[in-house]
Ligand binder design. Structure first.
Ligand SMILES: C[S@@+](CC[C@H](N)C(=O)[O-])C[C@H]1O[C@@H](n2cnc3c(N)ncnc32)[C@H](O)[C@@H]1O
Length: 366
């Protein structure tokens, strides 16, 4: 079963699943209508539909071999999760994820019961001990990504792609340099400002006629803090990349000052909006992790409520916040103070609160 947001490469793989019919559903009502229509079918093989999209190597075959005339859950405990450009193996979860019911009437589909209540409906049988499936976590279920990807040993994406016959890299997403250069090229932009340049890794690769880089310590062209720079600069910029001090209140100041210096059709990009672990988003960098996003994400939550700008976050390269100079098309209302937001809140709410997208097309043509 696939849904409207299922990526094309998953649909391609599903063509190899014959003899199973792959059906697209938009809602539970659609599933009910399908089951009505197929009321005379012997069996319905149904993957869990809230596990995001799954590509199963031996799934249909194994199911058919294992199917009996008695109702039971067939569970594939071992598989691989692919999300955010990483893969890891999930092992030994007896009921979850990817349970499947070989259903003999009356129908009780996996979506009808809680995953931890499967055994109340029918006995559970483990089908395979080797990784049997691949789950691709994408936009609609991206919250599962950090959760699932921290659960098992990492495996190489190229090995997994080969094994599941995925011949192109799924969802190549733009990183910051590509995004900035695409914006500059497609819009014939000339003036670029980067706040926080460090070793000029991004700054040197940006192709703009006029580049200004601000950093109090290294890189760029202006040796000042962003506050000092904005206090005296009168220049206007078409693209402003904010990657300086990763504290939410500083990011908000940089955005506010940046908006005053942004050309009418200009775009602002914020780096490090999507930490994948709690340790990344502490106020100060931790010796336990090389990556540090700080709490930039909290600034994005605040900005998502501002009426005069439109903000979304591209789920790539640690989260690329994109700010447009137009009225907010999907305002987010925060019901508490920014100071009270924590990692638990982020995990539960980030998808909506930060308006996380896998591709920018739906938010803005580049
Ligand atoms: C993550 S690094 C920037 C990386 C760079 N943009 C890139 O893509 O390679 C952050 C930089 O912000 C600088 N920085 C820290 N506080 C700042 C401030 N108040 N204003 C501007 N830059 C600041 C640091 O010196 C550091 O070089």
């Amino acid at each position: 079963m696939v849904s409207p947001s299922t990526p094309e490469w998953v649909r391609e793989c599903s063509k190899d699943w014959a003899p199973a019919e792959v059906v697209e559903f938009e809602s539970h009502e659609g599933i009910s209508a399908f089951l009505e229509r197929e009321a005379n079918a012997d069996r319905v093989l149904c993957s869990r539909i809230d596990s995001d999209d799954a590509v199963a190597e031996t799934y249909v075959e194994e199911l058919q071999k294992s199917a009996t005339k008695d109702q039971e859950w067939l569970v594939f405990p071992n598989g691989i999760v692919w999300g955010n450009g990483r893969c890891c193996e999930l092992q030994g979860q007896p009921q979850n994820p990817f349970p499947t019911l070989v259903d003999i009437r009356p129908f009780v589909g996996p979506y009808c019961v809680q995953h931890n209540a499967l055994q109340d409906f029918a006995p559970i049988r483990r089908v395979s001990n080797r990784p049997a499936w691949l789950i691709h976590v994408h936009e609609n279920n991206i919250l599962n990504s950090p959760y699932l990807l921290d659960r098992g040993p990492e495996v190489s994406t190229s090995e997994v792609a080969a094994r599941f016959h995925i011949d192109r890299k799924p969802e190549k997403r733009m990183k910051r340099v590509e995004l900035i250069n695409t914006l500059i090229e497609r819009n014939s932009f000339r003036n670029y400002l980067e706040i926080g340049c460090a070793k000029n890794k991004t700054f040197n690769q940006v192709q703009a006629a006029n580049k200004v880089g601000v950093d109090p310590i290294s890189g760029g062209t202006v040796r000042k803090t962003s506050d000092e720079f904005f206090a005296q600069s009168k220049e206007t910029f078409d693209v402003i990349f904010i990657d300086g001090l990763h504290h939410w209140e500083q990011v908000l100041r940089d955005v506010e000052n940046g908006l005053a210096a942004l050309s009418p059709k200009g775009v602002m990009i914020l780096h490090d909006c999507l930490p994948s672990k709690e340790v990344h988003q502490l106020r100060e960098p931790s010796p336990q992790s090389r990556a540090w996003t700080g709490d930039v994400w909290k600034a994005v939550v605040e900005l998502r409520g501002w009426p005069h700008i439109d903000v979304a976050v591209l789920n790539s390269d640690w989260g690329l916040g994109v700010i447009l100079n137009r009225p907010n098309t999907a305002p987010f209302t925060l019901d508490k103070k920014i100071e009270d937001l924590d990692w638990n809140w982020f995990q539960l709410n980030s998808q909506t609160a930060l308006r996380v997208v896998d591709q920018l097309d739906s938010f803005c043509p580049l």
